[in-house]
Design a protein around this ligand. Sequence first.
Ligand SMILES: [Zn+2]
Length: 145
Amino acid sequence: MSTTPEAADKPAKPLPDLADAVTAPFWAATREGRLTVPRCTSCGYRLWPPEALCPQCQHAEFAWEEVEPAGTLWSYATYHRALDPAFADELPYVVGLVELTCGLKMYGLMRGDPADLVIGRPVTALFEPVDDEVTFVRWKAAADG
Ligand SMILES: [Zn+2]
Protein backbone atom coordinates (compact mmCIF):
# COMPACT_ATOMS: atom_id res chain seq x y z
CA MET A 1 0.00 0.00 0.00
CA SER A 2 1.33 3.39 -0.97
CA THR A 3 1.73 5.93 1.80
CA THR A 4 1.73 8.87 -0.61
CA PRO A 5 -1.33 8.48 -2.82
CA GLU A 6 -1.67 11.05 -5.58
CA ALA A 7 -4.93 12.85 -6.15
CA ALA A 8 -5.07 11.73 -9.77
CA ASP A 9 -5.02 8.09 -8.64
CA LYS A 10 -7.75 8.58 -6.09
CA PRO A 11 -10.71 6.29 -6.77
CA ALA A 12 -14.04 8.00 -7.33
CA LYS A 13 -16.68 7.64 -4.64
CA PRO A 14 -19.65 5.55 -5.73
CA LEU A 15 -22.86 7.37 -6.63
CA PRO A 16 -26.38 5.98 -6.70
CA ASP A 17 -27.91 4.82 -9.98
CA LEU A 18 -30.58 7.47 -10.50
CA ALA A 19 -32.15 5.39 -13.29
CA ASP A 20 -32.98 2.61 -10.82
CA ALA A 21 -36.77 2.83 -10.48
CA VAL A 22 -36.70 1.17 -7.05
CA THR A 23 -34.70 3.99 -5.45
CA ALA A 24 -35.16 6.97 -7.82
CA PRO A 25 -38.01 8.51 -5.75
CA PHE A 26 -35.76 8.58 -2.69
CA TRP A 27 -33.04 10.54 -4.51
CA ALA A 28 -35.58 12.91 -6.09
CA ALA A 29 -36.78 13.76 -2.57
CA THR A 30 -33.34 14.16 -0.97
CA ARG A 31 -32.51 16.64 -3.74
CA GLU A 32 -35.34 18.73 -2.28
CA GLY A 33 -34.19 18.20 1.30
CA ARG A 34 -36.96 15.70 2.10
CA LEU A 35 -36.66 12.22 3.59
CA THR A 36 -39.08 9.68 2.12
CA VAL A 37 -39.72 5.96 2.48
CA PRO A 38 -41.85 3.59 0.37
CA ARG A 39 -45.21 2.23 1.51
CA CYS A 40 -46.83 -0.70 -0.29
CA THR A 41 -49.99 0.50 -2.06
CA SER A 42 -51.62 -2.91 -1.56
CA CYS A 43 -51.05 -3.87 2.09
CA GLY A 44 -49.69 -0.60 3.52
CA TYR A 45 -46.40 -2.08 4.71
CA ARG A 46 -43.68 0.54 5.07
CA LEU A 47 -40.14 -0.59 4.45
CA TRP A 48 -36.52 0.44 4.39
CA PRO A 49 -34.43 -0.12 2.36
CA PRO A 50 -36.59 0.00 -0.78
CA GLU A 51 -37.20 -3.24 -2.63
CA ALA A 52 -38.75 -4.09 -6.00
CA LEU A 53 -41.46 -6.19 -4.32
CA CYS A 54 -43.22 -5.78 -1.00
CA PRO A 55 -41.75 -8.34 1.42
CA GLN A 56 -45.21 -8.81 2.97
CA CYS A 57 -47.43 -9.31 -0.09
CA GLN A 58 -45.15 -9.26 -3.19
CA HIS A 59 -46.95 -6.22 -4.61
CA ALA A 60 -44.73 -4.10 -6.87
CA GLU A 61 -46.12 -0.60 -6.37
CA PHE A 62 -45.22 1.81 -3.64
CA ALA A 63 -46.23 5.28 -2.60
CA TRP A 64 -43.38 7.37 -1.25
CA GLU A 65 -44.20 9.12 2.00
CA GLU A 66 -42.30 11.94 3.60
CA VAL A 67 -41.11 11.11 7.12
CA GLU A 68 -39.58 13.28 9.79
CA PRO A 69 -35.83 13.58 9.08
CA ALA A 70 -35.04 12.78 12.68
CA GLY A 71 -34.77 9.93 15.13
CA THR A 72 -32.43 8.51 17.71
CA LEU A 73 -29.00 6.92 17.43
CA TRP A 74 -29.61 3.16 17.70
CA SER A 75 -26.00 2.05 17.14
CA TYR A 76 -22.83 3.14 15.42
CA ALA A 77 -19.37 1.93 14.40
CA THR A 78 -16.18 3.89 13.84
CA TYR A 79 -14.26 2.72 10.78
CA HIS A 80 -10.47 2.91 10.90
CA ARG A 81 -10.08 1.04 7.60
CA ALA A 82 -12.03 2.04 4.52
CA LEU A 83 -14.06 -0.84 3.08
CA ASP A 84 -14.01 1.12 -0.18
CA PRO A 85 -10.63 2.78 -0.95
CA ALA A 86 -12.51 5.85 -2.19
CA PHE A 87 -13.30 6.68 1.44
CA ALA A 88 -9.73 6.39 2.73
CA ASP A 89 -9.41 10.17 2.93
CA GLU A 90 -12.35 10.33 5.37
CA LEU A 91 -10.88 7.92 7.94
CA PRO A 92 -11.80 7.53 10.64
CA TYR A 93 -15.49 7.78 9.74
CA VAL A 94 -18.56 6.76 11.67
CA VAL A 95 -21.53 4.83 10.28
CA GLY A 96 -24.63 5.15 12.41
CA LEU A 97 -27.84 3.17 12.52
CA VAL A 98 -30.62 5.65 13.12
CA GLU A 99 -34.07 4.66 14.35
CA LEU A 100 -36.33 7.16 12.63
CA THR A 101 -39.27 8.59 14.53
CA CYS A 102 -41.48 6.59 12.12
CA GLY A 103 -39.84 3.39 13.44
CA LEU A 104 -37.74 2.36 10.43
CA LYS A 105 -33.97 2.11 10.77
CA MET A 106 -31.59 3.74 8.30
CA TYR A 107 -27.78 3.58 8.03
CA GLY A 108 -25.79 6.69 7.31
CA LEU A 109 -22.53 8.50 7.82
CA MET A 110 -22.46 10.50 11.04
CA ARG A 111 -21.25 14.08 11.11
CA GLY A 112 -20.33 16.29 14.02
CA ASP A 113 -18.41 15.77 17.24
CA PRO A 114 -17.74 12.07 17.98
CA ALA A 115 -18.26 12.91 21.67
CA ASP A 116 -21.95 13.45 20.85
CA LEU A 117 -22.36 9.85 19.67
CA VAL A 118 -24.42 8.41 22.49
CA ILE A 119 -26.87 5.56 21.96
CA GLY A 120 -30.43 6.84 22.27
CA ARG A 121 -29.52 10.46 21.66
CA PRO A 122 -31.67 12.46 19.20
CA VAL A 123 -30.25 12.79 15.69
CA THR A 124 -31.30 14.88 12.73
CA ALA A 125 -30.67 14.46 9.03
CA LEU A 126 -28.28 16.62 7.07
CA PHE A 127 -28.83 16.82 3.34
CA GLU A 128 -25.42 17.02 1.66
CA PRO A 129 -25.47 17.67 -2.09
CA VAL A 130 -22.70 15.98 -4.10
CA ASP A 131 -23.74 17.62 -7.37
CA ASP A 132 -26.95 18.87 -9.02
CA GLU A 133 -28.44 15.37 -9.09
CA VAL A 134 -27.31 13.57 -5.95
CA THR A 135 -27.88 14.63 -2.37
CA PHE A 136 -26.84 12.21 0.37
CA VAL A 137 -28.45 11.98 3.78
CA ARG A 138 -26.01 12.20 6.67
CA TRP A 139 -26.83 12.31 10.37
CA LYS A 140 -25.81 14.46 13.29
CA ALA A 141 -26.40 13.77 16.95
CA ALA A 142 -27.64 16.49 19.22
CA ALA A 143 -24.89 18.23 21.15
CA ASP A 144 -24.38 17.36 24.79
CA GLY A 145 -26.17 19.48 27.32
ZN1 LIG B 1 -47.55 -5.17 0.52
